[in-house]
Design a protein around this ligand. Structure first.
Ligand SMILES: Nc1ncnc2c1ncn2[C@@H]1O[C@H](COP(=O)(O)OP(=O)(O)OP(=O)(O)O)[C@@H](O)[C@H]1O
Ligand SMILES: [Mg+2]
Length: 390
């Protein structure tokens, strides 16, 4: 998929702007605070239905305005067009997503239509930051290639929310006796068990499949001979040697029963994939070092950059038999964060990519990226308006 046209109305610092993009390389440059990242954010909202920076719609509404609109025209491999728009109204805090004029009521069915991979300075914290961010990152990735996963995940999250509010509420209100509560939680546990097992197995399969992508992109980006390792693990149960659905289901059921008392005491649900971890390590000569504690700044960067390039390959491979094809790639401000060597290496990948958007404060960076094979458009952004330089 590529995005051919973008039209913004009252989105952040844009009053009304239109962009006609190259199907290959789009270079967006301008000084700090002029609105480069805002363009990428608008694209991410159309693809993910949410901002990659996790801003809410109200944050994106231009100061003092009542409504914003983001409109995009996407094209797939066979050039068939899809016009989508997202309108947000401050009154009622209401948002509406339209696809070719029709209201999209289920975002589950929409996500994955325009696959997207983003690398921004924000992602450079993935190796160091919270577990929740790593889970969210991979959930979004797997969801873009699997509707089944996304549906299971959403159903599971709904149940966990209800289970949590029951547990939490009862610590204060003491509305139910211990035995009553135990019975009620048992019902939620029954509801969530199969979903939890499916999600965990999918994540285990994913980490297995993802390994080869990580290996090859890491060696290309860093030139190091270490092996990047991503381990999916649960604090409460050993996922090594799990033998299929029933095996994991029995194990999880056992832990859910064992931890029921603790869950009631703490007023929170403690068992299940919403608490599991992705651990990032570096295998140096057969020994695993956890990134969070041991990696150097440069190793963190190489890890995250190869992670994102692997995401591109993973989506590409999983969707190669569909008309959707390769994902769009957004590289926000990578020049300020990465050294010349890594940028050079990324630019060597550039012909393998699909449509790419790169922001930078320096037009000189275009020289590193530009080559005869790619159709390139440059946009000079000045205070929420754009001038296209061909
Ligand atoms: N809701 C809003 N309404 C109006 N302007 C906004 C809103 N939210 C952010 N802005 C403005 O948008 C600008 C930031 O835009 P953006 O982050 O796209 O800049 P940038 O060009 O990527 O800068 P940098 O090079 O520093 O990353 C800021 O000047 C900010 O004040
Ligand atoms: Mg920016």
């Amino acid at each position: 998929m590529i995005i051919d046209q973008l039209h913004l109305v009252n989105f952040k610092n844009y009053r009304e702007s239109s962009f006609s993009f190259s199907p290959d390389l789009n270079f967006i440059y301008g000084e700090n605070g002029n609105g480069k990242t805002n363009i990428l954010e608008a694209i991410s909202i159309l693809c993910y239905t949410k901002s990659f920076l996790m801003n809410s719609e109200s944050d994106c509404l231009k100061y003092g305005e009542e409504a914003f609109e983001i409109q995009g025209i996407f094209k797939n491999r066979v050039e068939s067009k899809n016009k989508v728009s997202l309108v947000y109204k401050k009154e009622n805090n209401e948002r509406q997503l339209l696809s070719d004029g029709e209201k999209v009521s289920k975002t589950n069915e929409y996500i994955g239509r325009f696959p997207l991979v983003v690398l921004s300075p924000y992602d450079l914290k993935l190796t160091m930051g919270l577990q929740q961010e790593r889970r969210r990152n991979f959930d979004l990735l797997i969801s873009q290639v699997s509707k089944v996963y996304l549906n299971d995940l959403r159903k599971y999250q709904k149940i966990i929310k209800q289970k949590n509010s029951l547990l939490k509420e009862n610590t204060i209100s003491k509305r139910y006796s211990y035995n009553e509560l135990k019975e009620l939680i048992g019902i939620w546990n029954y509801e969530l068990l199969d979903l939890a097992v499916k999600i965990m197995l999918r994540r285990l399969d994913f980490t297995e499949e993802f390994r080869s992508y990580m290996n090859s992109s890491f060696s290309r980006i860093s030139g190091l001979r270490y092996i990047p390792v991503i381990i999916y693990q649960s604090d409460l149960l050993d996922l090594n040697g799990i033998n299929g659905f029933d095996d994991l289901k029995n194990l999880l059921q056992k832990i859910l029963d064992e931890k029921l008392d603790t869950e009631i005491k703490r007023g929170a649900s403690l068992v299940g994939p919403h608490r599991d971890s992705y651990v990032f390590c570096m295998d140096k000569n057969g020994e695993n070092f956890e990134m969070r504690s041991f990696a150097s700044q440069g190793e963190h960067k190489s890890f995250v950059v190869s992670l994102k390039l692997s995401e591109f390959d993973y989506i590409n491979e999983n969707l190669k038999h569909t008309n959707t094809g390769k994902p769009i790639l957004l590289l926000d401000d990578v020049f300020s964060e990465l050294d010349k060597n890594r940028i050079k290496r990324i630019s060597e990948f550039i012909n393998e990519f699909n449509q790419v958007f790169i922001t930078s404060t320096d037009i000189e960076h275009l020289k590193i990226l530009k080559n005869d094979l790619r159709d390139t458009k440059s946009f000079h952004i000045m205070n929420g308006s754009s001038e296209m330089i061909v």
